[in-house]
Design a protein around this ligand. Structure first.
Ligand SMILES: [Zn+2]
Length: 198
């Protein structure tokens, strides 16, 4: 009888942590879980147990990367940008396929739609478990970047009054009264010629 192997690897990971949003950095500890598929021993697959272990180890690395991409920064309380993009895509693809099968395939593709729904639900469950691992991650030795110096307000001496801000004289200058008599406009006569030549 052929043996079947399936390995699930679990490991407490320790990584450097850097927040891309606020620049805080430190170290982080979290659980990663890698679940391999079933590997059946056969004439061609003699090292099934080893292969199953390798699959699990690979899945563990993938999980670790995805978990660390979801960890909320303790300093600024934010997750990395696009923290859920991968999860949305992984869950969204089978969901979309299932909906397409229902709406365009009709009764003939009900089983396909159900299968897609099952896969989507299972993937969603996995993503939620992964999010739980990210939320339970322990960030320690956290160093916050020094707050940037406020632009030279605090230590600047009081400004001397600018010339433009000097107080105005109490009596504002008044336009001088016109002393010359207003010019009398002489009415145009015939000797002036046509007006447009002036
Ligand atoms: Zn942060």
């Amino acid at each position: 009888m052929a043996m079947q192997y399936k390995v699930t690897a679990s490991e407490l990971k320790e990584r450097y942590f850097t927040c891309e949003r606020c620049g805080a950095f430190g170290e982080v500890q979290f659980h990663a879980i890698g679940e391999g598929g079933w590997v059946q021993e056969s004439f061609f697959v003699e090292d099934a147990e080893q292969r199953a272990a390798t699959q699990a180890a690979d899945a563990l690395q993938v999980d670790a990367e995805r978990v660390i991409g979801m960890i909320r920064c303790p300093a600024c309380k934010q997750r990395p940008k696009g923290a859920f993009t991968g999860a949305y895509l992984r869950v969204g693809l089978p969901t979309l396929l299932g909906l397409v099968a229902i709406f365009y395939g009709g009764a003939g593709l009900v089983m396909v739609a159900a299968l897609c729904g099952g896969v989507a639900a299972w993937l969603l469950f996995r993503e939620l478990k992964r999010l739980g691992r990210a939320n339970r991650a322990m960030v320690y030795k956290l160093t916050k970047p020094a707050p940037e110096a406020k632009p030279e307000k605090a230590y600047k001496p009081l400004r001397p009054a600018k010339p433009s801000q000097s107080p105005r004289p109490a009596t504002a200058p008044v336009a001088p009264l016109r002393t010359s008599a207003p010019e009398i406009v002489r009415p145009r006569g015939p000797e002036d010629g046509p007006g447009f030549l002036k």
